[in-house]
Design a protein around this ligand. Sequence first.
Ligand code: IMP
Ligand code: MG
Length: 175
Amino acid sequence: MISIKDKVFVPYITANSIQQRVAEIGAEISKDFKEDCPILIGVLNGSFIFLSDLAKNISIPVEISFVKVSSYSGTNSTGFVKNLLGLDFDLNKRSVIIVEDIIDTGLSMKHLLEMVQRENPKKIAIASLLLKPDALVHQLNVNYIGFEIPNKFVVGYGLDFDGLGRNLPELYQLK
Ligand code: IMP
Ligand code: MG
């Protein structure tokens, strides 16, 4: 059990299980995009650890960039997405893989998809370490999912509660 500010979290997904699943997704992406030299676009801040582990498990050439959006405050979605750092990459005719830590309501991903789509890419895929199917309010086709989880707040492996917990190597769930 760990405490972050006023909340208690219990161990949820071990570092080992995460590493195993990330390796599988890396292998899949290496196969699916072998002709493509895709661009991985990590969504800051949450995806930085997943993107870093995923990239190390991809055996084909890739390019890497980041965007930054924010829709969360504390443990709740605010219902709107702020663009904090935009696209700085020419995506014209490129294959793009948007890499997220978690898809909750899907609002951020819908916003990101629209942003990438405007740049005329050849192909767009989504890789998210976590997906909360019961929280999803926007229809999305998520190509690579690490784990589907119940609609409960989680921290660790890049995900935070009020800025804290990102450095934990495993995932914890709100008690
Ligand atoms: P969405 O726009 O509702 O899909 O929310 C997506 C963003 O909210 C994610 O990229 C996370 O940054 C954050 N988020 C959603 N659920 C959680 C959670 O359980 N723990 C930590 N952050 C979360
Ligand atoms: Mg995020």
